[in-house]
Design a protein around this ligand. Sequence first.
Ligand code: PGA
Length: 221
Amino acid sequence: MKKLYIVANWKANKTGQEATTWLQHMANGLWRMAKNEIEVIVCPPFTLLSPMSFYIKQHNLPLILGSQDVSPFGMGAYTGEVTAEQLKEFVDYVIIGHSERRAHFHETDEMIARKVGKTKGYGLIPIICVQGSDTPIPAGAEVIAYEPGFAIGSGNPDTPENAEKVARTIKERYHIPSVLYGGSVSGENVNSFTAIPNIDGVLVGGASLDASSFMKIMENA
Ligand code: PGA
């Protein structure tokens, strides 16, 4: 059985109290998941990494934390940035190059490559988002998330057939071991993606915010 990644991307959502409520709801169901070959990665806003890390350790939950971004710089005079060295205290994974960062914050392929370099330099695993098989992929990539723009937050996912084609192309072209699919993934459609040979998991936005709908995704994956 292949190892599956189920990644929750909370984007700019949830307060500390809301995150705790979500974790409380998840706790029971997660024990059923723990035996399976599933890596469940939650990527909250930076502000929640420290309290969530504490909660997860305290309750011994089989959840891994990731961040939604990282600075392309190291420690120093970069107001507002959070570095890979700082993230390493809390996370194992870092989402890099999400299309919302490219669109709203003008992230370039060059900046994304620098972020990947910083991330790997501290032993963290970048989850690099691409919009198709033509998006440049920096050297050293291991986990790619294929997220076509039209599918994000639209309720209109790509077809499993096309996602399979893109994932296969990426794996062959760049020798990438794991390709995830993201864009309007739900409890209802997740299995049509995770059942595909070349798709190794899903990146979930909207449907990860509610604990029971995220639980349903984990169960059906
Ligand atoms: P969505 O977002 O699941 O809400 O479509 C996915 C993403 O942007 O990572």
